[in-house]
Design a protein around this ligand. Structure first.
Ligand SMILES: Nc1ncnc2c1ncn2[C@@H]1O[C@H](COP(=O)(O)OP(=O)(O)O)[C@@H](O)[C@H]1O
Ligand SMILES: [Mg+2]
Length: 530
């Protein structure tokens, strides 16, 4: 077995596995769960999951590998792209449907580029004159140097007149009969539709040799410089374009050797904000929802355990049986639930939201601490390492950081500080009743009224007591506690209650509540204050 300092747990964010030098490692550690097979189905247009559940990882796996005759590319949307959209909106007075049309052209362009690259060597390529002519126009526009990224594709939108003219030129040279067309700067919408139509005509007749998927990632972070409303408009346009392209266009192409698809990557709470028509059906029929739930009793056969064990076993020179690597590195038992010898993995579950990133982060901290503390390299982990104050501190800082990111999506950084202030009013309690909560909220609310009224607006999350309770619940900071008639206790966390038919579960009022185990230290709870 490898010694602990030699263990490589890879990266906490799967973005890194796009880089060539990390691909081999990723292929070794990636666990192909049912979700990867489902993701290859033609009816899947949305890849959903909380932060750290592996959304980017699944997309990257399909970028790096040809799996089930499916290959993929990834388009990332970030600050520069949003900024471009806002500028376009101002200059060209755009509406929501214009946004969707812009996105359509971007999506076609990126996918076409991928087809150019993948299929150009196939004998059929030259038979498809429409596609060939389109490629000539694009090549001329970009001087043969198109980089398949959203930001470069956006330039076609800005220069829609020039691009439309080039497309018309090559179409005519290729023998397309068309009445004389002319394009002007200020008929932006017309230019755009002309470009869109040419892409659609070319894509409709092309015979593919495999399935091509374009993933769009990055809508989960809203850069602080982009106002929420502008962001939302842009992303709503994107979602509507994705729906329409997949459902109305790509699915109508018959007798091609492969399928085209564009898949949006999103957190469930954000997907919820996109206000897609018939949202619940779309989640059921057209999404993959990544979910790693398991129970303390059945964890050993769970994908989450397999993933963790694989991370450890894939680095060994010999083939191990399932669970063998885990048992070697974490050979101790813990006492929990009144039992003396529960598996060491239970404490990992207990401190996590059942997300791969949580587990990987714990492993990374444990290994780094092991190295820093100068332990005997031939020893393995013990419960002391897990109980170590330094481990607990670093891990709860990580969890708080994830919450901060989640919050940053809706609110400004100063609101985050205000948000944290609430926990002081719980007076150290990790478990509290509804009336204790109301009391704490009242005091918190008074504090805000006295202190921030004149400077900034109160963030909307603190408008009502029940609204704030729901907010804490969605952040998975609290759960509500339900007791059955025979005194069984259930801790209802949002991430556990969520399922395809209930993507944003609601908190129940008038019950008891508990703060999530792993985070209480970072919030300074668990100790009675004087
Ligand atoms: N099926 C899997 N096999 C191996 N590692 C995974 C798998 N799913 C997720 N991970 C790992 O979990 C971490 C978080 O995944 P990531 O895709 O970055 O999350 P998200 O995009 O949902 O926030 C990454 O280190 C990723 O490699
Ligand atoms: Mg991601």
């Amino acid at each position: 077995m490898q010694i602990i300092p030699n263990l490589n747990f890879g990266f906490k964010d799967a973005e890194n596995y796009k880089r060539k030098e990390n691909r081999e490692l990723f292929n070794k550690i990636f666990l192909r769960t049912d979700a990867i097979d489902k993701l290859c189905q033609n009816n899947i247009f949305f890849l959903l999951g909380e932060k750290g559940t592996g959304k980017t990882a699944y997309a990257v796996y399909l970028i790096n590998n040809n799996y089930k005759n499916t290959t993929a590319i990834l388009g990332n949307i970030g600050e520069t792209e949003y900024q471009k959209f806002i500028t376009l909106k101002k200059e060209k007075h755009l509406s929501l449907s214009d946004y969707a049309n812009i996105w359509k052209v971007i999506i076609y362009l990126l996918l076409s580029e991928k087809i150019f690259r993948k299929e150009i060597s196939t004998p059929q390529f030259s038979n498809f004159s429409k596609f060939r002519d389109l490629k000539k126009a694009i090549d001329e526009y970009y001087a043969n140097a198109f980089t398949p990224e959203i930001i470069y594709a956006l330039s076609v939108i800005e220069q829609s007149k020039i691009v439309a003219e080039l497309i018309a030129k090559y179409a005519k040279a290729g023998g397309e009969e068309s009445s004389q067309v002319s394009f002007t700067e200020n008929r932006f919408q017309t230019n755009l539709l002309y470009i869109q139509k040419h892409f659609e005509d070319a894509l409709r007749v092309f015979k593919l040799s495999g399935n091509h998927v374009l993933f769009i990632d990055g809508i989960d972070t809203r850069p602080s410089s982009i106002p929420y409303e502008d962001y939302l408009e842009c992303v709503k346009g994107l979602a509507s374009a994705i729906w329409s392209i997949n459902n109305d266009f790509f699915s109508s192409i018959k007798d091609s050797g492969g399928r085209l698809r564009v898949v949006l990557i999103a957190r469930p709470d954000i997907f919820d904000k996109l206000e897609l028509h018939n949202r619940n059906n779309k989640i059921g029929d057209n999404s993959v929802l990544l979910d790693w739930q398991t129970t303390y009793n059945t964890y050993r056969t769970s994908p989450l355990f397999s993933l963790t064990d694989r991370l450890l076993s894939s680095q060994q020179n010999t083939k191990l049986s399932e669970g063998q690597a885990w048992d070697y590195y974490f050979p101790y038992t813990i006492s929990s639930r009144g039992k003396e010898n529960d598996s060491s993995f239970i404490s990992f579950l207990r401190y996590s939201y059942y997300r791969p990133r949580d587990i990987i982060t714990m492993l990374i901290i444990l290994r780094d601490n092991f190295n820093q503390q100068g332990k005997n390299v031939n020893s393995v982990f013990s419960q002391d390492d897990f109980d170590h104050l330094d481990f607990r501190r670093k891990y709860s800082e990580y969890l708080l950081g994830e919450i901060k990111d989640h919050l940053a999506f809706y609110y400004s950084p100063s609101d985050y500080q205000l948000f944290l202030k609430f926990f002081e009013y719980l007076k150290g309690k990790v478990s509290f009743s509804y009336s204790e909560y109301l009391e704490a909220f009242k005091n918190y609310s008074n504090f805000l009224d006295e202190n921030i009224k004149k400077i900034i607006m109160k963030p909307t999350f603190v408008l009502t007591a029940d609204g704030f309770l729901q907010f804490l619940y969605e952040l998975n900071i609290i759960c509500y506690v339900e007791e059955t008639e025979d005194s069984d206790i259930f801790l209802r966390f949002c991430f556990r209650e969520r399922n395809p038919s209930d993507i944003s579960p609601k908190v129940k009022t008038h019950l008891r509540y508990e703060i999530f185990y792993g985070i209480s230290r970072a919030l300074n709870l668990g100790k009675k204050l004087k």
